[in-house]
Every structure is written in C-alpha cells, then in structure tokens.
Design a protein around this ligand. Sequence first.
Ligand code: CA
Length: 228
Amino acid sequence: MRVLIVEDEVALRDSLKGKLAEAGFTVDVAADGEEGLFAALEFPLDVAIVDLGLPKVSGLEVIRRVREQRKSYPILILTARDRWQDKVEGLQAGADDYVAKPFHFEEVLARVQALLRRSGGWASPELACGAVSLDTRAQTVKVNGAPVELTTFEYRILEHLMLRAGEVISKTELTERLYDEESERDSNVIEVLVGRLRRKLDPQDSVKPIETLRGRGYRFALARSSTA
Ligand code: CA
C-alpha cells in the first residue's frame, strides 16, 4: 500500500515516514502544500495523510483540488488544534477521517488501515477469502487455519490483492504500490514474487488463490467470506 505524507514539521514527517515504512507501507513525503499537491495528483497512491496547516498551499486546498481531479483514495487529515471547525472543513473538503495533534502513531496507523479496508469494501481487519485469511493488524496469513510465513514484499502483494479481492490488478499497479518514487522499479520482480507467493500459499496447487490474466494482471480469485 502506498501512502503520501504531506507535513511541514520535519521531525513529525520523518517519524511518520519511518514508522509507516516499518508497518509495511511504501511511503512518499512532501514538505509543503505545493509539493504535496503535485505528489497527490501524480503518484499512484492508496491513501494520503495531509496536515491542514501547510506552507504555500493549505491542506484544505490540497484536498479540494485532489477531489476536483476525481482522485478518490482516502485522505486522513492531521489537525494542529483541537478545533472542531478544522475537522468539519477538512471533511467537507473531501477528507475521510482526522487525527488531532498530538497523537500516538498507533492511532494514525489504525485509522489509515481502517480507511484502506473500507475503500476495499472490507468491514473487519481480518480479510477472509475461502481458505486464505489475512490479518491486517498482525500482518499474518493463514491457509486453512495454518500460519504461512511470508516476506515483507510477499505480504504486501497479498494484502494489496486481497484488499481488492475480485478486481484485476495490473503488474504496473502492483509495482508502483511496492516502490516509492526514488526506488528503481522492475516489474519482472513482481512475477517472481507472485510465483513464490503462490507456492507458499498453495504448495499442492489445489486452492488457486491468485489468478493470472494474460496481459492484464492478477486477481485474487477466492470469494470473500465477509464483506462490509
Ligand atoms: Ca503544519
């Protein structure tokens, strides 16, 4: 999952970046509203965290312009003061949720994860599709109740596919979600990782959780056991 952080306070931005990366996110950062708006419109994001008080272009303006451009990924706002007006204006501009500063990182993480689940149509943090279940909080995966050990990248691919179970996800989209703007990308790596993921989830080749659609991408093929 790829997240953009738009925050002008260096220490806060760095701390969010480090902790979100540790939590398995691909992280892009912007230090003011202008950079933030560019990244928010140009990068293939799954979610954005936007501080309201920003230099150059305000957080509210960033959110309005993003929504005007029909970008629909969820946005979490950070409000500096505990002013109800800021929250209302932020939500009216098109944000989906807010956290008031100062906050504990765990609260931001929980809200971001909840926004991603809801935008994928999931109500609970446990994504269950047939024999495969994935816990987005613990970042654990089970097949028929038995734990499966995945690497960080394998987990990220599976989480992305399962959050959008039933949809076709292109190789380009997966690659863009796994690497930030500064990393070198290679979509052949995705094929290798998906192949490994398949063998780990389905060593007997009997469950067939991930379908390949030639020239189009991948689809998590098992039906959702629970939905929002
Ligand atoms: Ca600020």
